[in-house]
Write a protein that binds this ligand. Structure first.
Ligand code: NAP
Length: 299
């Protein structure tokens, strides 16, 4: 057992490097919770958040090619398009200045004249991901102002949806929730990484957790802790799927001087074999690069 805090001060770490996406396709989720696991308070997340959490929230948006979100979160949090002044321009060199938001919705209870849809810039038109059975009139209305992707018949097939986003060049995906969407992404084996801020607050009984939905058939998803930042009592954790680091490589997670680090022979780390679910190849360049990126960024 190691003491994480207080630990050696590493003031102002290079956050952009710490949260850099590995090359290739990668789906990261960013969530916040109270110390007792509440995912919202009064129906929204702002009471759980902090300036540091919002800083990382904006950074993760800056680093993403597309932001994926469930329609209930759009409605509850009054989503708007991402604005350029919220991001770091220099981190988007070679890419459009802002990423589009992709909303997952079956009912299409989304206003075409909303800030999210009507105000989207041409380089980042909002994407609506829906089903073949979605109300056709609503779909036609939305299609005038947004890009519509049909993935699935009765419910959105999230694997097909994520494939469609990747086919459009959106390799670096950021899921911002909510818990029902996250639950399905996990169940479908699509989640590569979880960034979770845990705030120093007891929310009390009532609010749900960051993952919701039907109990899964699959066993719990094992994660590796890649880093923890502390900011005014808030813990900002970054977890990577454990099966991105093969048992066979012998790579083990250790914490060194209060910081988590992946130790091991670099050649073996680079040779990590992806053993995830689904149809990904066994040698996954993104997973390999993730393993590689952990070592220098956390040492
Ligand atoms: N703690 C956090 O980090 C965090 C993050 C985000 C949100 N939140 C909170 O979570 C709450 C909302 O989350 P939620 O879990 O209730 O909802 P959600 O996951 O945001 O959205 C669920 C909705 O998305 C659509 N959807 C999702 N999967 C679908 C599928 N496979 N096929 C078709 N449609 C699908 C449906 O929309 P339609 O109803 O339009 O069909 C469904 O009602 C809010 O209170 C928000 O503040 C917390």
């Amino acid at each position: 057992m190691r003491r994480l805090l207080p630990g050696p001060d590493l003031e102002n770490p290079d956050l952009a490097r710490l949260y850099e996406y590995p090359p290739g396709r990668w789906l990261r989720a960013n969530m916040v919770s109270s110390a007792d696991g509440a995912a919202f308070l009064g129906g929204v997340t702002s009471p759980l958040s902090s300036p540091g959490d919002r800083h990382v929230f904006a950074l993760l948006r800056t680093l993403a090619d597309v932001i994926v979100v469930g329609a209930s979160t759009v409605r509850a949090e009054r989503y708007a398009t991402v604005r350029r002044h919220e991001l770091w321009d220099h981190l988007r060199a070679g890419r459009p200045p802002t990423p589009p938001i992709a909303v997952v919705s079956g009912r299409l209870d989304l206003r075409p004249d909303s800030r999210l849809i009507a105000s989207a810039p041409s380089h980042a038109r909002t994407i609506v991901i829906t089903t073949a059975q979605a109300p056709p009139e609503r779909r036609a209305e939305l299609a005038e102002r947004a890009d519509v992707i049909v993935a699935g018949q009765e419910t959105v097939d999230l694997k097909a949806a994520v494939d469609a986003l990747a086919d459009r060049g959106h390799q670096r995906m950021l899921a911002e929730g909510g818990p029902h969407l996250l639950g399905q992404l996990v169940a479908a084996g699509l989640l590569d990484e979880l960034c979770l801020t845990i705030g120093p607050l007891l929310a009390g009984p009532g609010p749900g957790r960051i993952v919701a939905g039907s109990p899964p058939d699959a066993p719990p998803l094992q994660l590796t802790l890649a880093h923890v930042l502390q900011d005014n009592g808030f813990l900002l954790c970054r977890y990577i799927r454990k099966d991105h680091l093969s048992e066979r490589t012998g790579v083990r997670a250790h914490r060194v001087r209060g910081s988590p680090v992946i130790r091991g022979n670099a050649r073996r780390v680079h040779g990590a074999v992806f053993e995830g679910r689904g149809s990904r190849p066994r040698s996954n360049p993104a997973a390999t690069a993730a393993a590689r990126s952990l070592t220098p960024s956390l040492a």
